[in-house]
Design a protein around this ligand. Structure first.
Ligand code: HEC
Length: 152
């Protein structure tokens, strides 16, 4: 009898201290996808801008203005899709630094959106003016990618 009770106690103890199976934190894949799609669109806009700058495409002031608006909308979408639970998944290139240095990351976002607002307000009418506006916007890409994107 004594042995049985001890056996039961041991069993209960073992069950109680069994480490809870901790599932890998469920990741918010939708957020990863949304920010990747936003960056893809921003990349497309930058390509169009590059076409103007290289003289491959004839400069179109109306389309250029639209391009900055599209980039701004996608920059906002991007900024809304970097929650804590989106650190991994869907081959994300988001660097852990985003969540380790949130203030520095936020500053990059604010500057990017601010430069886009300025470009939208400037409404560059000539290729020369567009060069200046896009030049300011374009600096943000490398500056943020260097610190907050891991190239895979
Ligand atoms: C505030 C930071 C930040 C700025 C500014 C920024 N990016 Fe990104 N970009 C990222 C991060 C982070 C990723 C990785 C996203 C992921 O995979 O989850 C990324 C990914 C990308 C991708 C790959 C998208 C894909 O998944 O196919 C392209 C293209 C891109 N960026 C272009 C640009 C261009 C062009 C600019 C400037 C006009 C720019 N980015 C500005 C942070 C930034």
């Amino acid at each position: 009898m004594k042995t049985r009770i001890w056996g039961l106690a041991a069993l209960l103890f073992a069950t109680a201290t069994l480490p809870l199976a901790v599932p890998a934190l469920a990741q918010n894949i939708d957020a990863v996808k949304a920010r990747q799609a936003a960056m893809k669109t921003i990349g497309k806009s930058a390509k169009t801008a590059g076409g103007y700058l290289k003289g491959e495409t004839e400069f179109d002031a109306a389309k250029a203005a639209e391009l900055f608006v599209t980039m701004k909308e996608n920059a906002v979408t991007f900024s809304k899709n970097v929650p804590e639970d989106s650190k991994t998944g869907n081959d994300t290139e988001a660097s852990p630094a985003i969540w380790e240095k949130p203030e520095a990351f936020k500053a990059k976002l604010v500057k990017f959106e601010g430069d886009l607002d300025a470009a939208i307000a400037a409404k560059p009418a000539t290729l020369e003016a567009f060069k200046a506006s896009f030049g300011a916007v374009g600096q943000n890409c490398k500056s943020c990618h260097e610190e907050f994107r891991v190239d895979k």
